[in-house]
Ligand binder design. Structure first.
Ligand SMILES: [Zn+2]
Length: 128
């Protein structure tokens, strides 16, 4: 009786694997793929464009933390922009709860009206 049951289990398992469509689909995908795809292989749309820009050393969508600048006339805060002006918020002191908002226009560096830090608008282009 026990030997008969033992002999029937492999047949039952084989039948289950053959006729179960979910397991058969899983066996097909595991057999055709060459491992887990990377982010570069499976990214699409905006995420793909951002990853390609990162490889070139660019950050067109301001995803990464911005570089720190002194805010002086010689080393102004860089404001990337695709137009000719951009609204900038300056937290003048580290523990300020109010933000000073002002427009930075293309051209010479401009000063924050409250603390006097310099901001310079740099024209950038979004990746195609
Ligand atoms: Zn300020």
């Amino acid at each position: 009786m026990a030997s008969r049951l033992f002999l029937q289990i492999p047949c039952a398992a084989k039948r289950f694997l053959t006729f179960n469509p979910v397991l058969r689909a899983a066996q097909c995908t595991m057999g055709t793929l060459k491992g887990i795809p990377t982010d570069d292989e499976q990214a699409t749309g905006l995420e793909r464009r951002a990853l390609q820009a990162f490889k070139k050393g660019q950050d067109p969508y301001s995803i990464l933390k911005p570089k720190e600048y002194a805010g002086t006339k010689e080393d102004p805060h860089i404001v990337p922009c695709i137009g000719t002006k951009r609204l900038v918020g300056c937290v003048c002191e580290e523990d300020n709860t109010a933000i000073v908002w002002f427009w930075v226009h293309e051209g010479n560096p401009q000063r924050c009206p409250s603390c006097g830090s310099y901001y310079k608008l740099i024209h950038t282009q979004l990746p195609q």
